[in-house]
Design a protein around this ligand. Structure first.
Ligand code: PGA
Length: 255
């Protein structure tokens, strides 16, 4: 295992929280707290907050991401946002295929793949989410499902584009529930993701891909989770809305 080949990435996923004014205030509070991070620090924010976030983060080590992107360049897709729009606004990362998108908004493995390809072809970094439900876990399908979702998301992604791919393993039963996967469960899930990448692209390349854990990661459990060989940082929901908590997680990933 070659953890040193991969940079840890701590990404906040704000979901549908914070107005533009609240965005400015929270990022200004976070900036000094994460300034000496030895990991990549990203905040993925609602579309309407992007200009405020980019402005507030200017000159700092905080990178800004979006929470979704459409796969077409432009056209009659009411409510959607394109890669060009995000890039011009200063976005570098984009979350794709979050389980909330899959559950509430009809996102499928096919649309996750199309959105991922669009993001990568535009030079954005894609944080692609995969994860099993509790029922799927109890039926013993975790490995099969994680490998399937990972390979589907990466269909037609070129090997040289993997440097811009982050996979976030987020067990659905751990998201926003306060129930965190144990560090061993997180390591195992992330390992299944890495094995799927190895099956598709070879082991050497798979060792270079950042695989995050997400799901009730917080200031208390982050250090143990990121100490695992396959856990290269985290995708953080609730705890990314509090500057202090988020900075503790960033520090844990910087060790
Ligand atoms: P949570 O969310 O940290 O609030 O569980 C994680 C996520 O949905 O990315």
């Amino acid at each position: 295992m070659k953890k040193e080949l991969r940079k840890a990435v701590i990404a906040g996923n704000w979901k549908m929280n914070n107005t533009p004014a609240q965005t400015t205030a929270l990022i200004n509070e976070m900036k000094p707290l994460v300034a000496d991070a030895d990991c990549e620090v990203v905040l993925c924010v609602p579309y309407i907050d992007i200009p405020a976030a980019v402005e507030a983060a200017k000159g700092s080590n905080i990178k800004i991401g979006a929470e979704n992107v459409h796969f077409k360049a432009s056209g009659a897709y009411t409510g959607e946002v394109s890669t060009d729009m995000l890039k011009e606004a200063g976005v570098e990362y984009v979350v794709i295929g979050h389980s909330e998108r899959r559950t509430y908004f009809g996102e499928t493995d096919q649309t996750v793949n199309l959105r991922s390809l669009a993001a990568l072809n535009a030079g954005l970094k894609a944080i692609i989410c995969v994860g099993e439900t509790l029922e799927q876990r109890e039926l013993g399908y975790t490995e099969t499902l994680l490998k399937f979702q990972t390979k589907m998301a990466l269909t037609n992604v070129k090997p040289e584009q993997l440097k811009n791919v982050i996979i976030a393993y987020e067990p659905v039963w751990a998201i926003g529930t306060g129930v965190t996967a144990t560090a061993d469960q997180a390591d195992e899930g992330n390992g299944f993701v890495r094995a799927a990448i190895a099956e598709a692209y070879g082991a050497d390349l798979a060792e270079t891909v950042t695989v995050q854990y997400g799901g009730s990661m917080n200031a208390k459990n982050a250090e143990e989770l990121v100490s695992k060989v396959n856990v290269d940082g985290g995708l953080i929901g609730g705890a990314s809305l509090k500057a202090q908590d988020f900075s503790v997680i960033v520090k844990a990933a910087s060790k």
